[in-house]
Design a protein around this ligand. Structure first.
Ligand SMILES: [Fe+2]
Ligand SMILES: [Fe+2]
Length: 186
């Protein structure tokens, strides 16, 4: 399903390091999909392409986004880390011929999360955090938690992300706050 041309294109667009990370996220997404009874094909594709918007060597993501007629909200304009999700969704559609809305949403929301995330969105979100190439303090605990309680694992890593954003003084996306609030009262 994921053709050689897609591998070649992704490698060229995002660079070898991020390509390898994407393979890790794809494999972890497949494992989680099997574990939680989600579509393995969709998980593989969404995991593989989740970072396709991280264009290597591209300094002006704002311009690229506007070239694709993407309307960015104010938070995204001021926290450029967040642009690659929405840009990735559009590139997946236009350059990788992905038409599946569930896959496209999993790509779009993999950085911010959102309220009412689908199982596929949750899988890609957490696979991005725990893929085999990740080696931060506490990753083993989240890996284990991801298979035991995916909601808790997302809440835990969202809290880490939020602390990081606060420490850095960056803007927080409202979708992340909404996702976190919902996960807390689940
Ligand atoms: Fe990403
Ligand atoms: Fe990623």
């Amino acid at each position: 399903m994921i053709g050689t041309w897609m591998h070649d294109k992704l490698k060229k667009n995002i660079g070898l390091k991020r390509y390898n990370h994407s393979i890790g996220v794809m494999n972890t997404s497949i494992e989680l999909a099997k574990h939680y009874n989600c579509s393995v094909e969709k998980a593989a594709l969404a995991g593989f392409l989740h970072d396709c918007g991280k264009l290597q060597g591209e300094k002006n993501l704002l311009k690229v986004a506007s070239n694709f007629d993407i309307i960015l909200d104010n938070v995204m304009k001021n926290n450029k880390e967040l642009i690659h999700g929405v840009l990735g969704e559009v590139l997946a559609k236009k350059e990788y011929n992905v038409m599946d809305e569930e896959v496209l949403n999993a790509i779009r929301f993999h950085t911010t999360g959102r309220e009412d995330m689908s199982l596929l969105e949750k899988i890609v979100y957490i696979a991005d955090v725990i893929e085999p190439g990740r080696s931060f303090k506490g990753v083993e605990e989240i890996r284990e938690l991801a298979y035991r309680d995916i909601n808790k694992s997302i809440l835990y890593s969202m809290d880490n992300t939020i602390k990081f954003i606060v420490d850095r003084g960056s803007l927080m996306h409202l979708d992340t706050i909404k996702a976190r609030n919902q996960l807390i009262i689940l």
